[in-house]
Design a protein around this ligand. Structure first.
Ligand code: ATP
Length: 293
């Protein structure tokens, strides 16, 4: 069982279904409302835990009802939430208007942005206990950079999902053992908007694994050969959190080697899109085994 330390965000997703988005200044009635645990960090932590990994989560929530609920939820999902800090800011929320096949999302990071680099220094034992460290960018960039530094100091591989898309400082990029972007994030992270993604993968053999929705995932072997793991043909119901399912699964299975981990992550992510919700859609190890057999 691999041990993973996730350093990242914890949010409550507030989703309203509507037939029409209200115009500025207008109030409109939604058709439905649902509250789901979310945040890329928590989503990936739950994905890995469902697949049997031993997961600890470093993040920040507020001293409020959402914070307490999310902490309890992570624990119930088998994630060690004892290192979640409580911030003097509201728990992060994402307000999601689901309109037809599309959505409009406003994120208030709140407590997630209170996770500061200096807080990680006190968590040396968490880095020491992990086999791998998994980070996303819904926390301050300098905190992600500090996590990379600590991972390196403890000799643990750093897996970075550079989402939301942004350019990465060279000192952070240098410490990433495996970058897990989608196509858009790949270009933003490597600062190369016009370049073909195949060339970008070829420039980072064995270090970048790019997801591409239903097309699956791509990476370049050390020999320079481009590998494609075709996406599984499934009945897609909700693709929210597909990238998080992929990253959590990849971290959980990394001890099996990049290719095998990617094969299983590709299947776990495909399974996740067949179910509604981000965290609720993450498959268990038994479900993944059944899907792959
Ligand atoms: P999101 O932001 O929705 O979490 P993302 O853009 O980070 O997604 P994608 O590249 O869209 O990530 O998807 C991640 C992985 O999920 C893909 O590599 C693939 O394995 C799986 N996947 C996504 N959509 C589908 C689909 N329609 N059918 C099968 N697999 C899918």
């Amino acid at each position: 069982m691999s041990r993973i330390l996730v350093v990242g965000s914890v949010n409550m997703d507030l989703a309203m279904t509507t037939d029409r988005l209200p115009a500025l200044g207008e109030t409109a009635a939604a058709r439905g409302f649902a509250c789901h645990p979310g945040g890329k960090g928590a989503n990936q932590a739950v994905a890995a835990a469902r697949l049997g990994a031993q997961v600890a989560m470093l993040g920040c929530v507020g001293d409020d009802a959402f914070g307490r609920e999310l902490r309890a939820h992570l624990q119930a999902q088998g994630v060690d939430a004892s290192r979640l800090r409580m911030a003097d800011a509201p728990t992060g929320v994402a307000s999601i208007a689901v309109c037809g096949g599309d959505n409009a999302i406003l994120v208030a990071p709140g407590a997630n942005h209170c996770l500061r680099p200096e807080h990680l220094g006190a968590e040396a034992s968490a880095f020491a206990a992990a086999d791998a460290v998994l980070v996303q960018l819904e926390i301050p960039l300098e905190t992600a950079a500090r996590a990379a530094e600590l991972a390196e100091r403890h000799g643990k591989p750093l897996l970075l999902n550079p989402a939301p898309a942004q350019a990465l400082p060279p000192e952070l990029l240098r410490r990433v053992v495996l970058l897990l972007p989608n196509e858009h994030e790949l270009h933003a992270a490597l600062g190369s908007p016009g370049e073909d993604w195949r060339e970008l993968l070829a420039r980072h053999p064995g270090r970048v694994l790019m997801t591409r929705g239903r097309d699956g995932a791509y990476f370049c072997e050390a020999s320079g050969r481009l590998r494609h793991l075709p996406g599984h043909v499934v009945q897609a119901v909700d693709s929210t959190g597909a990238g998080d399912a992929f990253c959590g699964a990849l971290a959980a299975f990394l001890p099996l080697g990049l290719e095998e981990a990617a094969r299983r992550a590709n299947a776990a992510a495909a399974l996740s899109v067949t179910r509604p919700g981000a965290q609720s859609g993450m498959p268990s190890l038994a479900e993944l085994d059944a899907f792959l057999s």
